[in-house]
Design a protein around this ligand. Structure first.
Ligand SMILES: Cc1cc2nc3c(=O)[nH]c(=O)nc-3n(C[C@H](O)[C@H](O)[C@H](O)COP(=O)(O)O)c2cc1C
Length: 398
């Protein structure tokens, strides 16, 4: 393996390394989208339609990537999105992600579905940790759970609202990669095909912690998850509405961020309910295959609620240029899920950190090429607008 950069020059390199290392079912669970993967592809293609303009002769010898989010200074305008599976990619993967983010000086989100207890992640990693909540069908249980999140010391709560019903990920059915895991001959064959991962991740997991499970779940939920009569519907909640959000607002004293917003009216509703921020997200193209790419709808949403609340965007960000485009279109912060997961699969904490380092190097380089010195200078002036996305940006600016 190469020196400090692990042999990875971009996020795609880390992705390929993850693919080589992981059993197929696990890699596809992380990497793929839903149904025909139109949203997954569109998330990437939408960036290509947006072009940047440069300013030259701007003496860019001093550049800073620092910015502020919820009153705190962070080292770059980027955060790690919640993903529940890092513990299946490398042993202790969630702690690895959080440590990498702490070292990079940026926020990292601990997921409800993490395979390491939230208390352990906080103790071992430190740094700016946020918590992501899925509200279960037992709403009272969810609100009690929020009290635990508060007592652990989290100050920012992200509630994910774009999964009212389960999405249709056909590859997971084919691979037998479902909750709870069924050890079918096909799945077992896939696991055995990757002895390196088996020895350093799954075996360690079994020896030190037992069967991988959602460690944050309250005992009553864990029991039904493990039982033979388990129904996915206990994890999904198609009855959630804006009144539930108001109840959550009353219960949670810290920053409240609504994740999975793709409509300006919903962003405005979230602000009316007292939320402090929204994450414009299509869950990385994993839920609704016909959904608009977050980067396409971002200008409309930022025009509606920007300034009134914090606007964050995720889904498909893989390059420094993508991050600059997100900020120029009105986001205060960009997040990504898969890049640090690829990194964690490729090389644990060092791999996750490498993913963040790639983003930092690329954002810094692009700022230099655009003639920019600070994150505050990134705005509509950087954009050239030939397309439908341009029309939306123009309309939003008017
Ligand atoms: C493997 C995986 C697991 C995820 N788990 C969660 C989760 O538990 N909660 C959540 O709000 N979002 C989850 N997400 C979505 C991410 O938070 C984020 O919205 C998405 O990954 C952004 O797209 P990107 O991967 O292209 O950056 C998950 C995404 C992936 C890839």
């Amino acid at each position: 393996m190469a020196d400090g950069n692990l042999g990875a020059y971009n996020i795609e390199d880390l992705r390929r390394m993850a693919q080589r290392r992981l059993p197929r079912g696990i890699f596809e669970f992380v990497d793929r989208g839903t149904e025909d993967e139109v949203a997954l592809c569109n998330n990437r293609m939408a960036f290509e339609e947006i072009k940047l303009k440069t300013h030259v002769l701007a003496n860019v010898s001093t550049r800073s990537l620092e910015t502020k989010i919820f009153g705190k200074t962070i080292k770059m305008p980027f955060g790690v999105a919640p993903t529940g599976t890092a513990g299946l990619l490398s042993y202790g993967g969630e702690v690895a992600l959080a440590k990498a983010a702490a070292k990079a000086g940026i926020p990292c989100t601990v997921a409800t579905n993490a395979m390491t207890p939230m208390e352990e992640i906080v103790d071992q990693a430190g740094g700016e940790l946020w918590f992501q909540l899925y509200m279960w069908s037992d709403k009272e249980l969810s609100l009690k759970f929020v009290d635990r999140v508060k007592s652990v010391g989290f100050e920012t709560l992200i509630v994910t609202v774009d999964g009212a019903v389960a999405s249709n990920r056909e590859y997971n059915h084919r691979n037998g990669f479902e909750v709870p895991l069924k050890y079918t001959p096909r799945l077992v064959a896939q696991l055995l095909a990757k002895p390196g991962w088996l020895a350093t991740c799954l075996l360690q997991q079994f020896i030190k912690r037992g069967v991988p499970k959602f460690e944050n779940y309250p005992p009553e939920l864990m029991d039904s998850l493990m039982s033979k009569s388990f129904k996915r519907s206990i994890l999904k909640n198609d009855t959630l509405d804006w009144d539930d959000l108001k109840r959550l607002r009353d219960r949670w004293p810290g920053n409240l961020v609504i994740k999975g917003i793709l409509h300006a009216d919903d962003a405005a509703m979230a602000a009316d309910c007292g939320a402090d921020g929204v994450i414009v997200s299509n869950h990385g193209g994993r839920n609704l295959d016909a959904s608009v790419a977050p980067i396409q709808i971002l200008p409309e949403i930022a025009a509606r609620v920007g300034g009134r609340m914090t606007v964050i965007v995720d889904s498909g960000f893989r390059r420094g240029t993508d991050v600059i485009k997100g900020l120029a279109l009105g986001a205060d912060l960009v997040m990504a899920g898969r890049p640090t997961l690829y990194g964690a699969a490729a090389g644990g904490e060092a791999g996750a950190y490498r993913a963040l380092e790639i983003f930092r190097e690329e954002i810094d380089r692009i700022m230099g090429l655009l003639g920019l010195h600070t994150v505050e200078e990134i705005g509509p002036d950087c954009l050239w607008r030939p397309t439908a996305v341009g029309d939306a940006i123009r309309a939003a600016a008017e």
